[in-house]
Unconditional design. Sequence first.
Length: 176
Amino acid sequence: MMMMSAGNDLVVIFLGLETLSIATYVMAGLRKADLRSNESAMKYFILGSFASAFLLYGMALTYGATGETNLTAIAQKMSDPNFPALLLIGAAMMIIGFGFKIAMAPFHVWTPDVYEGAPTPITGFMAAGPKAAAFASFMRFLFSVSVGRGCSGLGLFAHDLDHDRCGPRDAHHNRR
Protein backbone atom coordinates (compact mmCIF):
# COMPACT_ATOMS: atom_id res chain seq x y z
CA MET A 1 0.00 0.00 0.00
CA MET A 2 2.85 2.38 0.78
CA MET A 3 4.49 1.78 -2.59
CA MET A 4 1.30 2.66 -4.38
CA SER A 5 0.35 5.75 -2.41
CA ALA A 6 3.89 7.19 -2.37
CA GLY A 7 4.63 6.47 -6.03
CA ASN A 8 5.39 9.38 -8.34
CA ASP A 9 5.60 7.22 -11.44
CA LEU A 10 2.82 5.46 -13.34
CA VAL A 11 4.71 2.15 -13.39
CA VAL A 12 5.29 2.19 -9.62
CA ILE A 13 1.64 3.04 -8.98
CA PHE A 14 0.46 0.21 -11.24
CA LEU A 15 2.84 -2.36 -9.75
CA GLY A 16 1.82 -1.40 -6.22
CA LEU A 17 -1.85 -1.58 -7.14
CA GLU A 18 -1.56 -4.99 -8.75
CA THR A 19 0.53 -6.43 -5.92
CA LEU A 20 -2.14 -5.33 -3.46
CA SER A 21 -4.97 -6.51 -5.72
CA ILE A 22 -3.61 -10.02 -6.14
CA ALA A 23 -3.28 -10.38 -2.37
CA THR A 24 -6.86 -9.23 -1.81
CA TYR A 25 -8.20 -11.57 -4.53
CA VAL A 26 -6.67 -14.47 -2.63
CA MET A 27 -7.95 -13.21 0.72
CA ALA A 28 -11.51 -12.84 -0.64
CA GLY A 29 -11.59 -16.57 -1.42
CA LEU A 30 -9.88 -17.66 1.78
CA ARG A 31 -12.70 -19.99 2.82
CA LYS A 32 -12.28 -22.64 0.14
CA ALA A 33 -15.23 -24.78 1.26
CA ASP A 34 -17.71 -21.88 1.14
CA LEU A 35 -19.17 -21.40 -2.34
CA ARG A 36 -20.13 -17.77 -1.61
CA SER A 37 -16.52 -17.01 -0.77
CA ASN A 38 -15.37 -18.61 -4.01
CA GLU A 39 -17.98 -16.68 -5.98
CA SER A 40 -17.00 -13.40 -4.35
CA ALA A 41 -13.31 -14.02 -5.06
CA MET A 42 -14.09 -14.78 -8.70
CA LYS A 43 -16.24 -11.65 -9.09
CA TYR A 44 -13.57 -9.56 -7.42
CA PHE A 45 -10.89 -11.02 -9.68
CA ILE A 46 -12.84 -10.48 -12.91
CA LEU A 47 -13.97 -6.94 -12.10
CA GLY A 48 -10.56 -6.06 -10.69
CA SER A 49 -8.98 -7.30 -13.91
CA PHE A 50 -11.28 -5.07 -15.97
CA ALA A 51 -10.39 -2.12 -13.74
CA SER A 52 -6.69 -2.89 -14.11
CA ALA A 53 -7.11 -3.10 -17.88
CA PHE A 54 -8.75 0.34 -17.98
CA LEU A 55 -6.03 1.76 -15.75
CA LEU A 56 -3.19 0.20 -17.73
CA TYR A 57 -4.69 1.30 -21.05
CA GLY A 58 -5.04 4.83 -19.71
CA MET A 59 -1.44 4.77 -18.54
CA ALA A 60 -0.33 3.48 -21.95
CA LEU A 61 -2.22 6.26 -23.74
CA THR A 62 -0.76 8.82 -21.35
CA TYR A 63 2.72 7.48 -21.99
CA GLY A 64 2.06 7.48 -25.73
CA ALA A 65 0.94 11.12 -25.63
CA THR A 66 3.74 12.42 -23.40
CA GLY A 67 6.61 9.94 -23.63
CA GLU A 68 6.86 10.10 -19.82
CA THR A 69 5.72 7.99 -16.88
CA ASN A 70 6.76 10.45 -14.18
CA LEU A 71 3.76 12.39 -12.84
CA THR A 72 5.71 15.65 -12.63
CA ALA A 73 6.82 15.37 -16.27
CA ILE A 74 3.26 14.53 -17.34
CA ALA A 75 2.03 17.62 -15.48
CA GLN A 76 4.60 19.74 -17.33
CA LYS A 77 3.39 18.34 -20.66
CA MET A 78 -0.22 19.07 -19.68
CA SER A 79 0.63 22.68 -18.84
CA ASP A 80 1.30 23.24 -22.53
CA PRO A 81 -1.96 24.55 -24.04
CA ASN A 82 -1.45 22.39 -27.14
CA PHE A 83 -1.22 19.01 -25.43
CA PRO A 84 -2.59 16.10 -27.49
CA ALA A 85 -6.20 14.96 -27.07
CA LEU A 86 -4.86 11.45 -26.53
CA LEU A 87 -3.68 12.63 -23.13
CA LEU A 88 -7.25 13.47 -22.10
CA ILE A 89 -8.48 10.08 -23.26
CA GLY A 90 -5.70 8.41 -21.26
CA ALA A 91 -6.57 10.44 -18.18
CA ALA A 92 -10.25 9.53 -18.56
CA MET A 93 -9.38 5.82 -18.80
CA MET A 94 -7.22 6.14 -15.69
CA ILE A 95 -10.06 7.83 -13.82
CA ILE A 96 -12.35 4.93 -14.78
CA GLY A 97 -9.75 2.40 -13.59
CA PHE A 98 -9.19 4.22 -10.31
CA GLY A 99 -12.97 4.61 -9.95
CA PHE A 100 -13.41 0.85 -10.01
CA LYS A 101 -10.54 0.29 -7.60
CA ILE A 102 -11.83 2.78 -5.01
CA ALA A 103 -15.49 1.83 -5.61
CA MET A 104 -16.39 5.38 -6.64
CA ALA A 105 -19.93 5.88 -7.91
CA PRO A 106 -21.05 4.69 -10.48
CA PHE A 107 -18.35 1.98 -10.40
CA HIS A 108 -19.29 0.67 -6.95
CA VAL A 109 -21.91 -1.91 -7.94
CA TRP A 110 -19.57 -4.87 -7.40
CA THR A 111 -18.79 -4.13 -3.74
CA PRO A 112 -21.86 -5.65 -2.00
CA ASP A 113 -21.45 -8.99 -3.79
CA VAL A 114 -17.76 -9.22 -3.00
CA TYR A 115 -18.08 -8.05 0.60
CA GLU A 116 -20.99 -10.39 1.30
CA GLY A 117 -19.10 -13.52 0.33
CA ALA A 118 -15.70 -12.71 1.82
CA PRO A 119 -14.88 -13.50 5.46
CA THR A 120 -15.78 -10.63 7.79
CA PRO A 121 -12.23 -9.61 8.84
CA ILE A 122 -11.14 -9.70 5.21
CA THR A 123 -14.14 -7.56 4.25
CA GLY A 124 -13.09 -4.99 6.81
CA PHE A 125 -9.60 -4.90 5.36
CA MET A 126 -10.82 -4.79 1.74
CA ALA A 127 -13.20 -1.93 2.52
CA ALA A 128 -10.46 0.20 4.07
CA GLY A 129 -6.86 -0.64 3.14
CA PRO A 130 -6.78 -1.05 -0.64
CA LYS A 131 -9.40 1.66 -1.12
CA ALA A 132 -7.38 4.17 0.93
CA ALA A 133 -4.17 3.38 -0.96
CA ALA A 134 -5.89 3.59 -4.34
CA PHE A 135 -7.59 6.84 -3.29
CA ALA A 136 -4.21 8.30 -2.28
CA SER A 137 -2.76 7.33 -5.67
CA PHE A 138 -5.80 8.72 -7.46
CA MET A 139 -5.53 12.04 -5.64
CA ARG A 140 -1.78 12.14 -6.27
CA PHE A 141 -2.43 11.68 -9.99
CA LEU A 142 -5.24 14.25 -10.11
CA PHE A 143 -3.40 16.90 -8.13
CA SER A 144 -0.15 16.47 -10.05
CA VAL A 145 -1.76 16.79 -13.48
CA SER A 146 -4.02 19.68 -12.46
CA VAL A 147 -1.23 21.97 -11.19
CA GLY A 148 -1.20 25.10 -13.27
CA ARG A 149 -4.39 24.20 -15.09
CA GLY A 150 -6.69 26.34 -12.95
CA CYS A 151 -8.62 23.40 -11.52
CA SER A 152 -9.90 25.12 -8.39
CA GLY A 153 -12.81 22.69 -8.06
CA LEU A 154 -10.49 19.73 -7.54
CA GLY A 155 -10.37 20.18 -3.77
CA LEU A 156 -14.17 20.19 -3.68
CA PHE A 157 -14.16 17.04 -5.81
CA ALA A 158 -11.78 15.32 -3.37
CA HIS A 159 -13.92 16.38 -0.41
CA ASP A 160 -17.04 15.08 -2.15
CA LEU A 161 -15.39 11.71 -2.83
CA ASP A 162 -14.33 11.46 0.80
CA HIS A 163 -17.81 12.43 2.00
CA ASP A 164 -19.39 9.78 -0.23
CA ARG A 165 -17.08 7.20 1.30
CA CYS A 166 -17.75 8.19 4.93
CA GLY A 167 -21.27 9.65 4.76
CA PRO A 168 -23.67 6.70 4.71
CA ARG A 169 -22.30 4.98 7.81
CA ASP A 170 -25.70 4.06 9.18
CA ALA A 171 -27.04 2.62 5.93
CA HIS A 172 -28.52 -0.80 6.51
CA HIS A 173 -27.60 -3.55 4.08
CA ASN A 174 -30.13 -6.36 3.79
CA ARG A 175 -28.58 -9.74 3.26
CA ARG A 176 -29.96 -11.86 0.48
